[in-house]
Design a protein around this ligand. Structure first.
Ligand code: URA
Ligand code: URA
Length: 195
């Protein structure tokens, strides 16, 4: 096999992202947030877009929602270094608005390349934006969370609530977002044990 077929490494994709001016999000960004973690991870987490803290630090999920995500992962003995974490778009939308379809379309080749290089077995989509885009559905996360979806090749998608949603809905009671997420991460943990 030729070495030239797939010359990109994860770090080269990140560098391309850092130089990207393909959509208007580059205008207001402080830093690009290409994603980070284990480039051989079996599980890839995909969020929506960098927020303020991420934009300042150049790392995904480092603000309040990110700290909750880290805690959720710790609760099932997963370290952030074991997985890879990225977002649908690599630059922060002004005032944290939802990225537009056209911004996601423009950024998607970076994510596609990351997925091809990492070749994960499981993609966990966090919230509506990555779930609906990758599964090409209008069904909501409340319906889809916790349900395994066949995706491209052998990759399975496992949608979960976005940690920001959990921060806005703090209560724990039967059927609460927190309780459902606890159930979902246990399901995820079991699946990971079998990989
Ligand atoms: N929310 C996201 O979707 N992604 C981040 O990186 C941080 C917050
Ligand atoms: N809406 C979202 O985008 N994500 C959630 O997790 C819940 C509602």
């Amino acid at each position: 096999m030729s070495e030239n077929i797939n010359p990109l490494t994860i770090e080269e994709v990140a560098e391309e992202c850092r130089n990207c001016k393909k959509c208007p999000l580059y205008l207001a960004r402080t830093t690009v947030v290409p994603g980070e973690g284990n480039s051989k991870a079996k599980v890839l987490f995909i969020g929506e877009a960098p927020g303020e803290d991420e934009d300042l630090q150049g790392k995904p999920f480092v603000g309040k929602a990110g700290q909750l995500l880290t805690k959720i992962l710790q609760s099932i003995d997963i370290k952030r270094e074991d997985i890879f974490i990225t977002n649908m778009v690599k630059c922060r939308p002004p005032a944290n608005r939802t990225p537009s379809k056209s911004e996601i379309d423009t950024c998607y080749p970076y994510l596609e390349t990351q997925i091809a290089l990492i070749n994960p077995k499981i993609i966990v989509t966090l919230g509506n934006v990555p779930t609906q885009y990758l599964l090409e559905t209008t069904q909501g996360i409340t319906t889809l969370r916790g349900q395994w979806q066949d995706w491209i090749g052998k990759i399975k998608i496992f949608p979960m609530f976005h940690p920001s949603y959990l921060l806005r809905n703090e209560g724990t009671f039967p059927g609460s977002p927190k309780e459902l997420t606890w159930k979902d991460v246990k399901t995820l943990k079991k699946a990971m044990a079998g990989l």
